[in-house]
Design a protein around this ligand. Structure first.
Ligand SMILES: Nc1ncnc2c1ncn2[C@@H]1O[C@H](COP(=O)(O)OP(=O)(O)OP(=O)(O)O)[C@@H](O)[C@H]1O
Ligand SMILES: [Mg+2]
Length: 563
């Protein structure tokens, strides 16, 4: 038993951080929560009052006194109770919605502002589960579980005091239930927390699988793995079900044991009351109030024991959210470089995803403002990694990556430096929505003229004009509705419209035919502003178009001289 108490205290100490976190989030909702609590407390007070009125009603009836007033009072009380309960449920919904959105928005914001590398270690399905199911669990905790606990404690104390007025032996007997339930909760909480975390993890796996399958439906179909995928989903469902069942078994065992204990308590009270009645020590009315109150004192204790699994659920979800909240933010330095004619200097760069397996080992290179440079190298050598480092998507490197301009200003790469960079990543990265919406990602307030200018520069004006609604044509996720090469050109237009002085294209023209590719490169060169341009490519035709190339080889960056 001592070990169990110690364990519980340990869990609690660990959870107290979660409680603090929950409390800090709850602060803005204190006024509405207090109002809700007052309503609940008042309605439990009224419930106890109704028991007392019942006693008077029965006693009056027994001795032949008019019970009209008792009935009127009873009806009034019921009406008040209903009104309070309606108000309280309206408040619950409002608090739940506001709170869950508040937490969700903060976690969403945190995901967007944390280091890309850290966030990418989580499956997007897992992050979605944390953003939806976990935040709902926590919001439910704040809007219902915590107020419920406070109400139950109040109800317990109030009933106890009233019961004490009627029969102190019975009241003390009923109080014995409290330590029993506390012991049971200690035993339960650790086990339940572990099981609840498992339930949430299996929920994440389940959702991640569904999300990934839907976004890769083409692969599932072309490899004829529909049945395999459906079976896999069932496997994951079974895994989840298993954890849910285990968790439920523990809670059911606990609440059944308690419930049995309480039934015993009720029988005890009934027998005690019957004995007192036969000894003429109490009236029928007092017996009825006895039974009602014994029931009412047990209800909060039983209710409290049933809220334990819910508290654990809230804490487990809070832990999963806190994990995201604890991710370090990206470094943001003051923007000290005038965004005009920007170059980059890489000095003594050491980097590896795994420390002992370096991709760059003392690598250095300089790209001068206004240059049109190609980065080449074998597949998997580290070209994309190099631009990710420049864009500060990862920051666990050794060495210096410094942006500078021809005014002599300079700044180490950091998240804010992205404001003067434009990036076209490898692969299709268009959003669902109109082409105009996608271009506005590059420049929020871009005019239609600017959009057409960017589309023309990348030879996309022709096909966009032919679309049913031009730039207002809706496209699906990842550019569904456009050809790969068309989607690539829209992605480049999105980057160009930003008019950032440093443009990075990661195999952004790989799906274009040679003639269109050269037309696009020409368009970039003669666009209304001329960025420094870094192109990752495997194509000879592109190399020929560039001022020079830098080669990644043997963990070094080899620079060729300017042509
Ligand atoms: N997130 C990651 N964690 C661990 N290793 C990674 C990660 N991303 C890439 N790598 C590894 O780093 C190496 C370089 O990858 P990178 O994407 O930079 O290659 P690349 O030169 O752009 O290749 P490609 O021409 O095929 O696009 C690869 O061996 C790859 O397996
Ligand atoms: Mg690459």
């Amino acid at each position: 038993m001592f070990k169990q108490i110690l364990n519980f205290l340990k869990t609690f100490r660990h959870s107290s951080g979660y409680f603090k976190w929950l409390m800090s989030y709850t602060k803005p909702y204190v006024p509405s929560l207090s109002l809700m609590m007052i309503l609940s407390l008042a309605s439990s007070g009224i419930t106890v009052l109704s028991a007392v009125i019942t006693q008077q009603l029965i006693d009056n009836a027994t001795v032949g006194i008019s019970i009209r007033n008792n009935i009127i009072l009873y009806i009034a009380i019921i009406l008040i109770m209903q009104l309070m309960s309606a108000l309280s449920s309206i408040l619950t919904v409002i608090i739940f919605e506001k709170f869950s959105f508040g937490v969700r928005k903060q976690v969403f914001d945190k995901i967007l502002r944390s280091c890309y590398h850290d966030v990418s270690n989580y499956h997007s399905g897992d992050l979605i589960t944390r953003l939806t199911s976990d935040t709902s669990n926590v919001a439910e905790g704040i809007s219902t579980v915590i107020p419920q606990i406070i109400t139950l404690i109040f109800e317990f104390m109030l009933t106890f005091i009233v019961l004490l007025q009627y029969d102190s032996t019975l009241a003390l007997l009923a109080l014995l239930i409290a330590p029993v339930s506390a012991m049971a909760s200690m035993w339960l909480s650790r086990k339940l927390k572990y099981l609840q975390i498992k339930v949430q993890e299996s929920e994440s796996n389940y959702r991640s699988f569904m999300q990934e399958s839907i976004s890769n439906i083409l692969i599932i179909k072309s490899f004829c793995t529909e049945t395999y995928s459906a079976d896999r989903l069932e496997e994951l469902r079974n895994e989840r079900l298993q954890w849910i069942m285990k968790r439920n078994n523990v809670s059911v065992i606990a609440s059944t044991t308690m419930s049995l204990g309480f039934q015993g308590g009720y029988i005890l009270a009934l027998s005690w009351g019957a004995l007192r009645l036969s000894a003429k020590a109490i009236t029928y009315g007092t017996l009825s109030v006895f039974l009602t109150l014994v029931n009412r004192i047990q209800a909060p204790v039983l209710g409290l024991s049933q809220t334990i699994p819910r508290i654990i659920k809230v804490l487990a979800s809070a832990g999963r959210i806190i994990e995201i909240q604890n991710l370090p933010l990206e470094t943001r330095l003051e923007q000290t470089v005038t965004p005009h004619n920007v170059g980059v200097q890489i000095e003594d760069l050491f980097f590896g995803y795994q420390n002992d397996d370096l991709l760059f080992d003392n690598a250095s290179a300089t790209i001068q403002p206004g240059e049109f440079v190609a980065i080449v190298g074998a597949s998997g050598i580290g070209k994309t990694t190099l631009v990710r480092l420049m864009l500060s998507f990862m920051n666990q490197y050794v060495g210096n990556i410094t942006f500078f301009n021809d005014l002599g200003e300079q700044v180490p790469t950091n998240a804010n430096a992205r404001s003067f960079m434009s990036y076209v990543p490898q692969g299709n990265t268009l959003f669902s929505g109109t082409i105009a919406y996608n271009l506005q990602m590059g420049k929020k307030d871009a005019t239609e003229d600017e959009m057409w200018e960017a589309l023309t520069a990348v030879s996309a004006d022709g096909f966009v004009r032919d679309l049913p609604k031009g730039i207002h044509t809706r496209i699906g996720e990842r550019g569904y509705g456009l050809s790969e090469g068309q989607a690539q050109r829209v992605s480049i237009a999105r980057a160009l419209i930003k008019k950032a002085p440093f443009l990075i294209l990661d195999e952004a023209t790989s799906s274009l035919d040679e003639k269109t590719e050269l037309a696009v490169l020409d368009g970039i060169r003669h666009y209304s502003y001329q960025p420094t341009c870094l192109l990752i490519t495997h194509r000879r035709s592109v190399l020929a178009y560039c001022d020079r190339e830098i080669i990644i080889e043997d963990k070094k960056i080899l620079e060729t001289v300017i042509k």
